[in-house]
Design a protein around this ligand. Structure first.
Ligand code: G6P
Length: 367
């Protein structure tokens, strides 16, 4: 069917703005909104009977999987091995017979992800996949699929597919938590209610677009950017850096904030912008100490936080983007949006080809 940009300048912008709607469609597939319970969808293996979950994927889908690892381990106490598919396929990992495999791919055609799937198949593991294209090879070769309902994604840099992958992973983590007896009925209802609010928060964040554009104006003059975060904001820091480098060609790196002292701190000077993703969560104070280390060396901090975080972080920042107060469980879904918007607006200022960045392909079907 016809896919056009509507009123948007680029597909990427349109896809960023579609997120409240597509996250909502995707969640509706896995959650029962009327009862606030996890839905009755089928899984190709029993979460109660596996002892590990092996996730592999490439690019942005890999970073979604990394966030999924935090959720599966925290809420379902299910250990997760997560790999970049091009590493997984060759690293001869011992797989226990009680493991299951989960692949994540927007296109369902990525060569390395498919090769990893076939490896797990030959090892006799049950195979599942989170895919956006239901007719894809990865979907066909899986024992069961968990579709994202993002609709066609045209922009090479993945946006709505990513937040839909996160939505599915969050729902799966709750499914696993329930199957493994790790959450009570009350906790399930509470977490499902929280998750079902994700589209509403996403809409609120879209209203910050102009504010984020003014931050992007600054970024468009720099050569290097460092992104920092802890816990689920660590994969998000990497996703922020990936988005920025993909479409603006500014060199960016995402680091676990606690690793700052083991290397990247050497880069900090008055020129260096450091984007800190730090909602007021259980690990916030630790991230504040990392910001102090950056500030002490003259680094220019751009803080993405909520009101409480902005109040408590008494550190001089170049800029602070104040987000709505989001429950910690779903914060990665919501905090994905400001980093997408920041990369998008920066690339627009720089005049790059946002939807078709140089040297990149939407789907990489060769090794
Ligand atoms: C390419 C795209 C990325 C995507 C990655 C994995 O590099 O440019 O946006 O994240 O492939 O693609 P997949 O279709 O497997 O999610």
């Amino acid at each position: 069917f016809l896919v056009d940009k509507g009123n948007h300048r680029h597909f990427m912008e349109k896809e960023i703005h579609e997120q409240p709607e597509v996250i909502s469609h995707t969640l509706a597939n896995y959650l029962d909104f009327s009862t606030s319970r996890v839905g009755a969808f089928e899984t190709p293996f029993d979460f109660a009977k596996i002892d590990r979950l092996a996730i592999s994927a490439c690019g942005t889908a890999y970073l979604a999987g990394l966030i999924g690892k935090y959720w599966f381990e925290r809420y379902a106490r299910l250990p997760v091995d997560i790999d970049i598919a091009s590493e997984f396929r060759y690293r001869e990992m011992p797989l226990s017979k009680e493991s299951a495999a989960l692949f994540i791919s927007q296109s369902g055609e990525t060569a390395d992800t498919l090769a990893s799937l076939r490896y797990c198949r030959s090892e006799g593991l049950p195979i599942s996949a989170i895919v956006n294209v239901r007719e894809s090879t990865i979907a066909r070769e899986s024992d069961g699929i968990f579709p994202t309902l993002a609709g066609p994604e045209i922009g090479v840099a993945s946006t709505k597919a990513f937040t839909c992958q996160l939505s599915v992973l969050a729902a799966l983590a709750l499914k696993a938590a329930k199957a493994r007896g790790r959450i009570t009925f009350e906790e399930e209802v509470d977490l499902v209610r929280q998750l079902s609010e994700a589209p509403r928060y996403a809409s609120q964040v879209l209203k910050l677009s102009e504010r984020i554009e003014s931050v992007a104006r600054e970024l468009s003059h720099v050569r290097h950017v460092l992104y920092l975060g802890r816990d689920t904001n660590y994969p998000l820091a990497m996703e922020g850096a990936l988005k920025l480098k993909e479409i603006s060609y500014i060199h960016a790196e995402g680091y676990a904030a606690g690793e700052l002292k083991h290397g990247p701190i050497a880069l900090i000077d008055e020129q260096m912008p450091v984007i800190v993703i730090a909602p007021h969560d259980h690990i916030f104070e630790k991230t504040v100490s990392n910001m102090q280390e950056v500030a002490a060396r003259g680094g220019r901090i751009i803080l993405i936080t909520d009101e409480k975080g902005a109040r408590k972080a008494t550190i001089k920042t170049l800029d602070t983007i104040v987000m709505p107060d989001v429950p910690e469980f779903l914060s990665p879904i919501v905090y994905a949006l400001p980093i997408q918007l920041l990369a998008y607006h920066t690339a627009v200022f720089m005049g790059t080809d946002v939807d078709q960045p140089r040297n990149l392909a939407k789907s990489v079907t060769v090794e």
